[in-house]
Design a protein around this ligand. Structure first.
Ligand code: PGA
Length: 252
């Protein structure tokens, strides 16, 4: 049984005061049912992690980083190490996000190093993959995603894989208001699970959570979550508003 995971990626939004206000607002909106049969994860910017950890303590909501360095420590100006994320109270870290790949030029080999290091350090990677619009138009959506999986997860054992969360985020759907149809998303999720089964065996494939990301909103979350291989959502824009993120958490 896979427990659905609803994850917020705040990206580069929210000062400390704004973060406190958003989390307060979110906690106000949630009730016991919001935690029934689902997990909630918040990934605020690094500067708000400490206050968020204090606020979330005892709530059952998990904390994650949005990125990390591919090293435990060292001369890497501006970077944050996995040990620092653990130190501040993170259990998760988003890796390979489309913006890291396409705005900051992170390549599969670097992302693979990060995924392996996160697992070694005891952080759960939320490993993001997704095709660009031109790749989808050229009929190469699935092969692009499978390539990203094969290189990004190279050297990850079946045992470790059971902990990894995958996020399928078509690049053309991120922040655009355009969502993959539930059918198209389901088809890709099934292809990802098929690849996982071939690589790691059926039982691991059945356990791995595959989130959908890309313009998930209160008005489309229910139909996305109704698909059998969609195990949660990675939410950007709509996670910045307490009411709309609470509605997404409370998907039907
Ligand atoms: P979006 O972002 O929900 O704003 O499309 C999703 C993401 O980038 O994780």
């Amino acid at each position: 049984m896979r427990t659905p995971l609803i994850a917020a990626n705040w990206k580069m939004h929210k000062t400390i005061d704004e973060a406190i206000e958003l989390i307060d607002g979110l906690l106000d909106q949630l009730d016991d049912d919001s935690f029934d049969g689902r997990e909630i994860l918040l990934c605020p910017p690094a500067t708000a992690l400490l206050v968020a950890a204090e606020q979330l303590d005892g709530t059952g909501i998990a904390l994650g980083g949005q990125n990390m360095a591919a090293a435990r420590e060292g001369a890497f100006t501006g970077e944050i190490s996995p040990l620092m994320l653990l130190d501040v109270g993170c259990d998760f870290v988003i890796l390979g996000h489309s913006e890291r790949r396409h705005v900051f030029g992170e390549e599969d080999a670097l992302i693979n190093k990060k995924v392996k290091l996160a697992l070694e350090c005891g952080l759960i990677p939320v490993f993001a993959v997704g095709e660009k619009l031109e790749q989808r138009k050229a009929g190469a959506a699935e092969s692009t995603v499978i390539d990203q999986l094969a290189t990004g997860l190279d050297g990850v054992s079946a045992n470790e894989m059971a902990d990894v969360v995958i996020a399928y985020e078509p690049v053309w759907a991120i922040g655009t208001g355009e969502t993959a149809s539930p059918q198209d998303a389901q088809a890709m999720h099934a292809a990802i699970r098929g690849w996982l089964a071939a690589q790691y065996g059926e039982s691991v494939a059945e356990d791995v959570r595959i989130l959908y990301g890309g313009s998930v909103k209160p008005n489309n979350v229910d139909e996305l979550m109704a698909e059998p291989d969609i195990d949660g959502a990675l939410v950007g824009g709509a996670s910045l508003d307490a009411e709309s993120f609470a509605r997404i958490i409370n998907f039907a």
